[in-house]
Design a protein around this ligand. Structure first.
Ligand code: C2E
Ligand code: CA
Ligand code: CA
Length: 427
C-alpha cells in the first residue's frame, strides 16, 4: 500500500479491516500508530497466527525498512486507525548520519530478531494457541524502537510547528562595549508549543538538523529576522549623527550552508526586507568548517562577496580552533560563554580570553564576548578592548515588541537602574 505513505508525515486514516501491507510484499514504509489498533499476523500452513496487536504510540513495519527484506507479517487495521508513515528515504538519511557502529548493531540486532521470530513461528504450540510472546524481543530492540518513536514524533511536531507558525524569534541586544550603545541583535528561535509551552532551541534544533527541516526553518528565520531588522532600523531613535545602523545576527546550522551558498536565496531575502547586506551577520560554528571544509570555504566566500558578514560562534570550544582560522573568510569572532563565565574566577580562563582577543585583533576580526552575567567580567572585557558584548548583564533575549522599545528609547542597558538587569545580577 505505497499510497499510504506517499504523503509523508501527514496523518493517514486507515479504515477498519484494511490491510496496510501483506506478508511477502516489499516494504518501503514503517508506520507509527497515532490512534487506533493494528493486528500483526502471519500465515503458517494455511492458518493465521496473530503475532501482536499494536496500539497508540507503537510502531510497525520498520523491519523491512532496515534490512530490505520482504514483509515478514501482515498488518491489518482493527478499527479506524490514524498512522504516520515514515519512508525509507527519511530512514536512510538517519542511518547514513548515524555512527557506523550503531548502524551495524542495528542490523545485527534485527537479524537476530528476525531469526528469533522465525523460530517462534516454527513451533507447533504457536499455531495452536495463536499467541505471541513479545518478551522474546530483546531490550535493546525495545529501547531502539522507543527512541525511534520519540524522534519520529518530534520530527512530525516540528513539521506541524512550521506550518502552524508556532516558531517565533527573540532578540538579544549586542552592545558596543565602550559606549554601551545597542549596535545590533542576535536572533534566537523559540518554539511556542500549544501543549508543552515554550521549548528551548536546545531541545529541538539538533532534531531539526538531523531531518534537514532546519533548511526551511532557517530560511524562515532569515526572512523574519531581516524584516524585523527593517522595523528596528526604522524605529531606531539614536540621535547621534553618523551612528551606524543596527545589524542583525542570525545562527546558521551546517546543513544550511549548501542552501545559502546559492546566494540568490540570500539576495532575495535581503532585497524583500529592504536590508543592506552589510547589516546582516551569519553565525556558524567550527563543526561546519571541520565536516566539509571545501564546501564551506566556497559557500562562505560567495556569501561574503555579497557583502554579508561572517561570524564564528562559540569560539574555543571546538577542536582545531587555530589551524583553520586563516583559511576561511571571517569578520567576527565570538568568544564562548564558558570562558567568559570563568574568567573572573580562574586565571587560566582569563589568559585564554586575552589570547583569543590578541588572535582576533591580529586577524583584524571584530570580537564579541557572549554570556556576560557579572559587572566584574564586563570590566575585564572593557579593559581588554573587546568590541562588543552580549549577555544577561545587559538583557536576556526579548520579543520584537520589547526590542523595538529598547531602540526607540535608546535605553542604556548597562546603567545601574536598568530594569532588564534587575534580579539577574543581584539575584
Ligand atoms: P548560541 O548561538 O551560542 O546562542 C547564545 C545562547 O546563550 C542563547 O541561548 C542565549 O539565550 C544564551 N545567553 C545569552 N546571554 C546569556 C547569559 O548571559 N547567560 C546565559 N547563561 N546564557 C546566555 P538559546 O536562545 O537557548 O539558544 C541556544 C542555542 O541554540 C544557540 O546558542 C544556538 O546554537 C541555537 N540556536 C538558537 N536559535 C537558533 C537558530 O535560529 N538557528 C540555529 N541554527 N540555531 C539556533
Ligand atoms: Ca549564536
Ligand atoms: Ca554562542
Amino acid at each position: 500500500m505505497t499510497n499510504l505513505g506517499s504523503r509523508n508525515y501527514e496523518r493517514n486514516r486507515i479504515a477498519r479491516g484494511t490491510r496496510i501491507f501483506r506478508e511477502g510484499e516489499q516494504g518501503g514504509f514503517a508506520y507509527l500508530i497515532e490512534r487506533g489498533s493494528v493486528e500483526i499476523s502471519s500465515m503458517k500452513n494455511g492458518s493465521k497466527i496473530v503475532l501482536d496487536t499494536l496500539k497508540d504510540g507503537e510502531m510497525f513495519g520498520e523491519m523491512a525498512l532496515i534490512d530490505y527484506r520482504n514483509r515478514s507479517a501482515t498488518a491489518t487495521a482493527l478499527e479506524d486507525t490514524d498512522v504516520i508513515p515514515f519512508d525509507r528515504a527519511q530512514f536512510e538519511k538517519i542511518i547514513e548520519s548515524a555512527d557506523p557502529i550503531l548502524n551495524m548493531l542495528l542490523r545485527v540486532v534485527l537479524k537476530r530478531f528476525r531469526w528469533a521470530l522465525q523460530q517462534v513461528l516454527e513451533k507447533e504450540r504457536f499455531m495452536l494457541t495463536g499467541e505471541y510472546n513479545p518478551g522474546g524481543q530483546t531490550q535493546v530492540f525495545d529501547a531502539a524502537r522507543n527512541q525511534a518513536i520519540l524522534q519520529i514524533k518530534l520530527d512530525r511536531d516540528i513539521r506541524y510547528a512550521l506550518q502552524n507558525q508556532e516558531f517565533l524569534i527573540y532578540y538579544q541586544p549586542i552592545l558596543e562595549t565602550h559606549s554601551h550603545r545597542i549596535a545590533g541583535f542576535e536572533a534566537l528561535i523559540r518554539w511556542n508549543h500549544p501543549v508543552k509551552g515554550q521549548i528551548p532551541p536546545s531541545d529541538f534544533v539538533s532534531a531539526a538538523e538531523e531531518s534537514d527541516l532546519i533548511v526551511p526553518i532557517g530560511q524562515w528565520i532569515l526572512e523574519q529576522a531581516c524584516s524585523d531588522l527593517r522595523k528596528l532600523q526604522d524605529t531606531d531613535g539614536d540621535p547621534s549623527p553618523g551612528a551606524p545602523p543596527l545589524f542583525m545576527t542570525v545562527n546558521v546550522s551546517p546543513r544550511q550552508i549548501a542552501h545559502l551558498g546559492n546566494t540568490e536565496v540570500l539576495r532575495k531575502i535581503l532585497h524583500d526586507a529592504g536590508i543592506k547586506p552589510g547589516h546582516l551577520k551569519l553565525e556558524f560554528t567550527e563543526s561546519m568548517l571541520i565536516h566539509s571544509p571545501e564546501l564551506a570555504a566556497r559557500a562562505l566566500a560567495d556569501i561574503q562577496k555579497l557583502g554579508v558578514s561572517l561570524a564564528i560562534d562559540d569560539f574555543g570550544t571546538g577542536y582545531s580552533s587555530l589551524s583553520y582560522l586563516h583559511r576561511f573568510p571571517l569578520d567576527v569572532l565570538k568568544i564562548d560563554r564558558s570562558f567568559i563565565n570563568m574568567m573572573t574566577k580562574d586565571n587560566g580562563s582569563r589568559q585564554i580570553v586575552e589570547a583569543i582577543m590578541g588572535l582576533s585583533k591580529g586577524l583584524s576580526l571584530q570580537t564579541v564576548a557572549e554570556g556576560i552575567e557579572s559587572l566584574e567580567s564586563l570590566a575585564m572585557l572593557k579593559a581588554l578592548g573587546c568590541d562588543y558584548i552580549q549577555g544577561y548583564i545587559a538583557s536576556k533575549p526579548v520579543p520584537l515588541s520589547a526590542a523595538l522599545d529598547l531602540v526607540r528609547n535608546r535605553t542604556d542597558l548597562l546603567a545601574s537602574h536598568s530594569p532588564l538587569r534587575e534580579g539577574l545580577i543581584n539575584g
